[in-house]
Design a protein around this ligand. Structure first.
Ligand code: DNO
Length: 394
């Protein structure tokens, strides 16, 4: 039993074609209907159209990433009941078209966050980076968030002030764009003013409140997922800690444990993203996998390298802080366990998550940062090889 090798494809506008995906050796595609506004229903017609396109290329649509959770569901504000109904409709329509794995997240306003998308590595390829001091500069002096000083030490504020003074206009632009415009797949982007207005919608919503909103949302959708045979898999916060004063509730093993205690069915599952969870030194990835193995419905495999200052960058898939050998060993054992139990979902869909911009991708006019072709192709090849070796060995 092998993992199902998939590839995130952004649809017809993705500079990486479905033929490229096939050449990389993936059999499945991870896809979303990005053209449908958040909160609207994904109709059978639209889903089927995309599915046909994928299948025409000889691939399968294995996972939806993401069926986005509208901000109004997260804050439980005006019309959220209707938007949850729409979400359920989309779930029904996906199941009717035979798409059964749905990835989503519950991060307030922002999806994944990086300050720099082209950090040069010593071999000339480019990596995604999260720089903690640039984040502080953004928060304190570019966004000028009310009350931001309370979140930092005096030294951090002093350091940020000096750094801000020395930043070039281009750097300020880069950091702002990366924070606000939304990275690939984020679905929403904001101007500075819009973002400030969005921040206001979280006034009075702390982590406990957000957690309870998540549980209420799950209590609505998980029974339906069970009925439809859908496996919902929540993506961890990326990065897995509070940003810009916004609560984040899906960062640790305890966070996951909480929602599974509240809403136990197995269709309430995880997108096990090694890169996101691995940013925290106190997240023990093998232990998290062991704790929730039977709920891992989807794997994002990549690695990050952190430093003592709270910065991290995306490393090669098999190096960095994530022990990929340990993770894939566990995945293989879990898959075998599922085979023994006759589970239909024994082969877990994985995708090589992100990749360095390298070789010809460095000169292409358009790439999606993190989602260029060659870096992911390399990642997939390495991960496939590692799985092959471990499978032989144990
Ligand atoms: C980033 C992605 C995320 C992910 C969503 C899932 O590269 O992993 O954007 O798709 O958070 O809802």
């Amino acid at each position: 039993m092998k993992m199902t090798q998939t590839w995130r494809w952004y649809g017809p506008n993705d500079p990486v074609s479905l033929l490229d995906v096939k050449q990389a050796g993936a059999t499945g595609v991870v896809n979303a209907l990005h053209h449908i506004p958040n909160g609207d229903i994904w109709s059978v017609k639209e889903i089927q159209k995309r599915k046909n396109e994928i299948e025409k290329a000889g691939l399968t649509w294995d996972v939806v990433e993401s069926l986005p959770v509208h901000e109004k569901i997260k804050t439980r504000s005006a019309d959220f009941e209707q938007i949850i109904e729409n979400y359920k409709e989309s779930m029904k329509n996906l199941a009717a078209c035979g798409v059964y794995v749905i990835c989503y997240n519950f991060m307030p306003i922002l999806d994944w966050t990086r300050t720099r998308l082209d950090m040069p590595l010593e071999n000339g390829s480019l990596a995604l980076e999260y720089n903690a001091s640039e984040l502080r500069v953004f928060d304190l002096y570019i966004l000028q968030r009310e009350g931001a000083e309370q979140d930092y030490t005096i030294e951090e504020i002093e350091q940020a002030k000096n750094q801000f003074k020395n930043l070039e206009a281009l750097d300020i632009q880069r950091i702002s764009d990366n924070m606000l415009k939304g990275l690939p797949g984020s679905e929403e982007g904001y101007s500075m003013e819009e973002f400030k207005a969005m921040l206001n919608t979280y006034k009075g919503i702390n982590a406990d409140q957000l957690r309870s909103h998540l549980v209420q949302f799950l209590s609505e959708i998980i029974p339906l997922a069970e009925e439809l045979g859908i496996r919902m898999c929540i993506h961890p916060d990326d990065p897995p800690f509070t940003l810009l004063g916004l609560p984040r509730v899906m960062s640790t093993q305890a966070d996951y444990q909480f929602i599974f205690d509240q809403v136990p069915p197995i269709s309430n599952g995880i997108t096990f993203c090694t890169g996101s969870l691995g940013v925290r030194a106190d997240n023990d990835l093998p232990a998290i996998f062991d704790a929730f193995a039977d709920r891992v419905h989807f794997l994002h495999l990549r690695s990050t390298k952190r430093d003592a200052e709270g910065n991290f960058y995306e490393a090669d898939h098999l190096t960095g802080d994530v022990d990929m050998f340990e993770i894939i060993t566990r995945v293989i054992k879990e898959q075998r366990r599922r085979v023994a139990e006759n589970r239909q979902d024994a082969s877990i869909p994985m995708r090589p998550d992100h990749g360095h911009q390298m070789l010809d991708d460095l000169v292409k006019l358009k790439i999606n940062p993190g989602y260029s072709a060659i870096g992911r192709l390399k990642g997939l090849a390495e991960l496939r090889g590692l799985e092959w070796g471990i499978n032989k060995m144990i």
